[in-house]
Design a protein around this ligand. Structure first.
Ligand SMILES: [Zn+2]
Length: 123
């Protein structure tokens, strides 16, 4: 279920946003959204590169709150930076939702303390 929601958010949500807000050139916008997945290349610096029990937020350099803030600022810049900003912001929200699933269902998962604080704050 978590994996289903993960991919739905990673591929489906950007498609919906492209179709609704960028009717004229949704294909191009969707491609840019998909290209923002490259932000996961920062996982290459981690060991192991992929760990399903690890929350990405505040673990990988391009998944920190600071990076997140920059992506949000991008939304207010001109094309195509705003589209890249929307794609990256969606990506971070998706990864954060993943971390929330881990927080709720997975005892052995590793979640950064700063993310735990956020969850404690909103729960
Ligand atoms: Zn990610």
């Amino acid at each position: 279920m978590q994996i289903f929601i993960h991919y739905l958010l990673h591929f489906g949500a950007p498609l919906l946003i492209a179709l609704i807000f960028f009717k004229k050139n949704w294909k191009k916008v969707y491609l840019i959204f998909i290209a923002t997945m490259l932000v996961d290349l920062d996982h290459l610096f981690a060991n192991p590169i992929f760990d399903p029990n690890r929350c990405s937020i505040n673990f990988h350099p391009l998944h920190t709150y600071y990076a997140f803030l920059i992506y949000i600022i991008f939304i207010f810049l001109r094309k195509p930076l705003n589209i890249i900003g929307v794609g990256l912001t969606l990506h971070m929200i998706t990864d954060l939702i993943d971390c929330l699933f881990m927080y709720l269902n997975c005892q052995e998962c590793s979640i950064n303390d700063s993310v735990l604080e956020l969850f404690n704050l909103i729960s």
